[in-house]
Design a protein. Structure first.
Length: 133
């Protein structure tokens, strides 16, 4: 099983991503933004993050990548998976579009946590004795 996963990950992530600017006559601003996106992909180590995302998906059947901006406005992302102790709980509307995404986990102190994400907000709940705090 392990060798199968390794070969699948190598097939999916073995080569560096190729970026293509589709606009046949881009403006200077579009060219600059495109160059920035390509550089950011490498600087943020997205190749390895993508490989970890796919590996978790292949091993345990679930994986999520959350993109965020911290308090200082810096971009970051993190991979979540059942393999790492998270329970992923997506909520879809009648048309199959994700409305909310929740993560259930235990923090370093052993407290049960539930993080609920929607398009604009993050709500963090602590579960104690069956009650939400």
């Amino acid at each position: 099983q392990k060798k199968i996963v390794e070969k699948q990950i190598l097939y999916l992530c073995g080569k560096q991503k190729q970026f293509t600017l589709i606009n046949p006559s881009p403006t200077d601003a579009e060219k600059a933004l495109f160059s920035e996106i390509k550089a950011s992909w490498l600087n943020k180590n997205m190749e390895q993050i993508t490989a970890k995302l796919f590996e978790n998906q292949k091993i345990v059947g679930d994986s999520a990548l959350i993109h965020f901006f911290d308090e200082e406005g810096k971009y970051g992302c993190k991979v979540f998976s059942y393999k790492d102790g998270y329970v992923l709980l997506p909520k879809y509307d009648a048309f199959g579009r994700m409305e909310q995404f929740s993560l259930y986990y235990r923090d370093k102190d052993g407290k049960e946590r539930l993080d609920i994400y929607d398009k604009e907000n993050l709500v963090r709940c602590t579960l104690e004795k069956g009650n939400v705090v």
